[in-house]
Design a protein. Structure first.
Length: 367
């Protein structure tokens, strides 16, 4: 494929050892585009700073899945670029310093590491950016379009604050448990670790909230004076709204696999664990529990399906609810996959009403 500005052949010098195979191991993930993109950016940064700079591909891949430019089945060629523009890339220097990089659609790199700075992408990389993101050409933005230095500093701190309280208990997690009461942390770790083949991650939003409030207070004067909040403002990651729910149980992928293909003993064990967690959370708050069995956030070709359970349910009611959740999830997914893609709803929420033992359904089409 001949593209203007691309040579027929080119041998890439590698003075910083970036082609070392250990730098880019996919670990069973279908994120080859992420690794390729990261390697290209590593060459740019390493050449710029005259030392080996490595992109955190795991961080990039999680952002791609969270913000819809990839699924566990794979990503899209423009996905990493869009994440680098909207949410930034995390990198690490040879000396262990962490930094963040944002691209603009005009070929600028904005880097927050020590003193924030802007650098032009050069040659082939700049041409490739214009080819891969054609909408960036001729949009009328100036060459200096991009986050301000103040915005970059804030973005870096806010990014770290959003990740506070997040902990991966097992490699390649397919189940996330989010909660707002720190007292649940040790209980969840003990109860949900070692349920083979399930892999768990947890997110303590009490820690996240504390860090976000600290960063907001630190920069509140900059927002009032208009120095922050413009171009390059980060978009917060999505998570269960724990102002409404005390616990969120989110299947990142694989609920169908758990129900259909695995030994039913695994699902029975998991149901027992969920019932125990429901009881434990009820001791500490009266908030509802949300169970998300499918999400477009992780797989764009699938619907979002959530179930809301109020506090105070008996064990018999919980058993009945979990049976309904497994049956209804498969019913919705089967109907979604066989329906007309132009007319079908892709958001389903079911709320249990214990007074009459029925479920209130909400279905709609989202963007």
């Amino acid at each position: 494929m001949n593209q203007p500005g691309f040579p027929d052949e080119y041998t890439v010098p590698d003075p910083y050892g970036l082609f070392d195979a250990s730098n880019h191991i996919q670990k069973g993930e279908n994120n080859c585009t992420s690794h390729t993109f990261a390697l290209m950016m590593e060459f740019q940064l390493s050449n710029l700073f005259k030392q080996r700079i490595l992109i955190d591909v795991d961080d990039l891949w999680e952002k791609q899945k969270k913000f819809g430019t990839a699924t566990r089945e794979g990503d899209y060629i423009d996905g990493p670029w869009e994440i680098a523009i909207s949410h930034g890339l995390k990198f690490k220097t040879q000396r262990g310093i962490i930094g963040f990089l944002y691209l603009s659609r005009t070929g600028k790199m904005s880097i927050s590491w020590g003193r924030p700075r802007r650098i032009n992408l050069k040659g082939i990389m700049r041409n490739f950016l214009k080819w891969i993101l054609p909408s960036s050409v001729g949009h009328g933005l100036s060459e200096d379009h991009g986050p301000s230095n103040e915005q970059l500093k804030y973005n870096q701190e806010q990014h770290l604050a959003h990740g506070a309280g997040f902990e991966i208990l097992d490699e390649g997690p397919n189940l996330t448990i989010e909660f707002s009461d720190t007292r649940l942390s040790e209980y969840i770790k003990a109860e949900f670790t070692g349920i083979f083949p399930l892999r768990i991650q947890i997110w303590n939003h009490a820690q996240q909230k504390s860090e976000l409030e600290r960063v907001a207070k630190k920069y509140q004067d900059d927002f009032k004076r208009g120095r922050l909040g413009g171009i390059g403002s980060p978009v917060p990651p999505e998570f269960i709204d724990l102002a409404l729910f005390s616990v969120g149980i989110i299947f990142n992928w694989g609920f169908q696999h758990i129900i259909k293909d695995l030994d039913t003993k695994v699902w029975q064990i998991l149901k027992t664990k969920i019932i125990n967690l429901f009881r434990e959370s009820g001791k500490k708050s009266n908030g509802q529990v949300a169970i998300v069995t499918s999400s477009r956030l992780f797989r764009r070709e699938m619907p979002t399906i959530s179930f809301i359970l109020p506090s105070g349910l008996s064990e018999a009611q919980l058993q009945e609810c979990l049976n309904f959740i497994s049956t209804k999830t498969m019913e919705v997914i089967d109907g979604f996959l066989t329906g007309d893609s132009h007319d079908r709803n892709n958001f389903f929420q079911f709320t249990y009403e214990p007074a009459d033992g029925k479920w209130k359904a909400l279905e709609k089409r989202t963007g």
